[in-house]
Design a protein. Sequence first.
Length: 246
Amino acid sequence: MRQVRPDLLAVTLHGPEVAHRAALATVRTMLGADRDLSRFMLSARRITWLAPLARRMRGVKPPRYPTLWEACVNAVVFQQLSVVAASAITARLVASLSAPIRLERERLYSFPSPAVFMAARDRPLLALGLSAGKLATLRRAADAIASGRLDASALALLPSEEAARALQGVKGIGPWSAALILLRGFGRLDVFPAADTSVARNLALVGGARGIRATLDALGPDRGMLYYHLLLARLGSIGDLGRASS
């Protein structure tokens, strides 16, 4: 993938042509390419501390993971960890459970399925940096998805509050993780994972620590975009915007 112009991405697809149409649709969904954010921008312009950040990040779209399982893994691994640490653990997890795929000069890894994860032994997974509690939560989530008790299609039909309750039926997935799964896995911009210390730090970084409830109310059904702007502000402050897509 290359960004040819500020408003144009070029995507090169490999593999059988019969799969290209579905693959391109998945890419568009993952990048949030078709999301209209004009309402968010209008609301953001009315919030003193958010307006300059929104202008600076203009063009940002809400990315999402391609599967419920991948969203669950990332939400759980990122609990109470920095972006850098959690990204490193997730990368090690994927590489340890997947055979590498060679593409030109790149070595790529597919995300391991719930079945592959459940078949893996505890000790090697713990050695990757997972805590025992997170490993147990991920095993429960993998089992719920593999058995159909958690189904992405069914969750997609539910209002966000009901979908969050269904996700919290998995022990170890609390309100913050459920909100993050809905935001990053389903593109639900009406949710905001507020119950997290990193959110408070990121708000302080951009001068928005006061009046966060009023800000969320003002953004309404687009409040989830605030999460991405705060994340980008944090990564920009440490010169690591490349991790925003992780």
